[in-house]
Structures are given as structure tokens and as C-alpha cells.
Design a binder for this molecule. Structure first.
Ligand code: MLT
Length: 324
């Protein structure tokens, strides 16, 4: 008798999941963005979910849950119901650097998620306040080496992209600026433009408009080639800095256990969004990189997370970075 009951329960469970996935989504979806509104993670999330909402027929509502370099929001999302109604925008910090910096991290980026897909590649740019007493990367590094105790670097919390790429930068150039944490690099950029913080390494989609507007300085972009939206910003190599090439990425995840049909609907909607001319235009004009078709799959994202955790752990440990 017990076996019959268990079998019926299993069938009912599958049926419920099937029914849920079949009609999914029947109500708005929450996307947790683990940083303050207005920063790069938030901007990429709003751009790609605009078209996704239309495809899915339900609004994807952004909820900004900042703190602890993005790990607060991602922890909450990881522990939410795996029903497709809570997803998240993670990135190279929350799903790559964080394990090296948070020994007691409450999630494993490689195990506790259902990857949906890569949303955008985001090259890193070394930017400074307009009043900074240097006009190129060489002058900046020279000033840093002579005034380490006077320079402060903004970031979005330990383990964020701006923090981990900043730690990496400081270890390459052997600088020790004072680190100033923000709830996102949106607020950090406001202070950079107000000349109240000195520099940061940030994602191009956040800083490109302010560089183009002459409101902040850009010393170099940390990619092998220049960005088409910042043609006058040299690469780190062109500017004489070897060994500092880094690009971040933003990607959508659901909690582990989200039904496969739901994952597929979300993945298909993301892929459609990345083929949408308006989505592409908005990402490209901010210097974002549109993932190729092979880079967009859930399987490709799982592999990327595994490789990024493996890559950043030794880099950050060598730099002596810890959060806790
Ligand atoms: C980061 O540094 O991880 C992000 O730029 C933070 C943000 O999106 O505000």
C-alpha cells in the first residue's frame, strides 16, 4: 500500500511541476539585483529583462537587494522557492570571486543554482575623478606609488566585480589605496563625479557615458582591444601596463531545483532578448559585449562559473584579500 501511495505522490508532484511549467509564468517574476539601483548590474538587468517580459507575457520586476558585495541578495535568491518566480542577476563577483573572499559563503556558485544564461560581457575600465592629478596611466601609477596613503579606491563591497578587479589591479601595480565600500558602483560613480573618491576599476556599462561626457577620467581599458564606444581610451597594454587584462560578465540564475521546463522558457526568453535589436543597441552603446549563441546556453554558463571560481580563487588569495 505504502508503495502505491508514494508512487501516486510522485506522479502528483511531477504533474504539479509539469502543470506549473506548462502555464508558466502566470504572474510577475521577481529578479533580485544584488546591488543598488543605477549600477552596472542593475542597468544590464533592466535592459535584458525589458524584452524578456514581453516574450514571457509577465513583468519581470527588479528588486535591488544590496550588501556584502552582492552576496546578501544572491543568498536570498538562492534560498527562494525554485518555482521560476524568483530569479537573479549574478556576475563575475557573486559567482566567481565570492568563494575566495567569504569562507562562510552561504551558497556554492557551482552547485546551488540553475544557470539560465549569460546576459552581457562587461570590460573593466580604470577610471578616476576629473581632478585626479594625472592625465594618463603612467602618471596615475607614478602618483599611486608616491602617494599610496593619500589615495582612496571605490568598490561595491568585498567580492564585487569592482572590488575583486580592484584588488587584482592593486596587486599587479603594488599599490595600497584606502578601499571605500559602496552599495553599488552606481553610488560610487556619483562620488567619483563629485571628486570625493579618487578611482575605481568598474564595468564599462556603468562608466562609459560619464567618460564620454568628460565627467570622469579613463586611464585604460583592461581588454586586448579598445572598446568601440571609447576609441580614445588605450588598452592597459598600450598604456604600458602588462599583466592586467580583465573583463567581467553578468548572467541570470534561478535557484537550484527550478523545473527544467521553466529554465528553458527563461533561457529562450533571454536568448530572444539578446537577438532583439533594441536590447543589443542599448547594451552595445554602453560598451557591453553581446554573448555569442554558444555562450548563451545554461550549460555554457555553468562551465563559465566553474572556470571563474577556479580562476579568481588563487588570484585573490595571492593578493591577500579576505572579507571575513
Ligand atoms: C560590482 O562592482 O560588482 C558592480 O559594479 C556593482 C554594481 O552593479 O553596482
Amino acid at each position: 500500500m505504502k508503495k502505491v501511495v508514494l508512487a501516486l505522490a510522485a506522479v502528483a508532484g511531477l504533474a504539479a511541476t509539469g502543470v506549473q511549467a506548462q502555464g508558466y509564468p502566470t504572474r510577475p517574476i521577481t529578479m533580485i539585483v544584488p546591488f543598488a539601483a543605477g549600477g552596472p548590474t542593475d542597468v544590464v538587468a533592466r535592459i535584458v529583462t525589458d524584452n524578456m517580459s514581453r516574450t514571457l507575457g509577465q513583468q519581470i520586476v527588479i528588486e535591488n537587494v544590496a550588501g556584502a558585495g552582492g552576496t546578501t541578495g544572491i543568498t536570498r535568491a538562492a534560498q527562494s522557492q525554485p518555482d521560476g518566480y524568483t530569479i537573479m542577476m549574478g556576475h563575475m563577483g557573486t559567482h566567481g570571486a565570492a568563494p575566495a573572499l567569504y569562507p562562510n559563503l552561504k551558497y556554492d556558485p557551482t552547485k546551488d543554482f540553475a544557470p539560465i544564461g549569460l546576459a552581457a560581457g562587461t570590460p573593466i575600465v580604470i577610471v578616476a575623478k576629473k581632478d585626479f592629478p594625472a592625465n594618463d596611466l603612467k602618471g596615475f601609477l607614478d602618483y599611486l606609488s608616491k602617494n599610496a596613503d593619500k589615495v582612496n579606491m571605490a568598490h561595491a563591497g568585498v567580492g564585487s566585480v569592482s572590488h575583486s578587479t580592484g584588488i587584482f589591479f592593486n596587486s599587479v601595480v603594488k599599490a595600497k589605496p584606502t578601499m571605500v565600500a559602496y552599495r553599488g558602483t552606481g553610488p560610487a560613480l556619483n562620488d567619483l563625479m563629485a571628486n570625493t573618491v579618487d578611482f575605481m576599476t568598474d564595468q564599462i556599462v556603468n562608466v562609459a557615458p560619464q567618460i564620454q561626457g568628460g565627467n570622469i577620467k579613463a586611464f585604460a581599458i583592461a581588454t586586448p582591444e579598445r572598446s568601440p564606444v571609447l576609441p580614445n581610451v588605450p588598452t592597459t597594454k598600450e598604456a604600458g601596463l602588462e599583466g592586467y587584462e580583465v573583463s567581467a560578465w553578468n548572467a541570470i540564475f534561478a535557484p537550484k531545483g527550478t523545473p527544467l521546463d521553466v529554465v528553458k522558457k527563461l533561457s529562450d526568453a533571454l536568448m530572444k532578448s539578446l537577438d532583439d535589436e533594441n536590447t543589443k543597441k542599448r547594451l552595445l552603446e554602453l560598451g557591453g559585449v553581446i554573448p555569442s549563441n554558444t555562450e548563451r546556453t545554461p550549460e555554457a554558463l555553468q562551465k563559465l562559473v566553474e572556470s571563474e571560481v577556479a580562476r579568481w580563487t588563487p588570484v585573490l588569495k595571492a593578493a591577500g584579500a579576505t572579507a571575513e
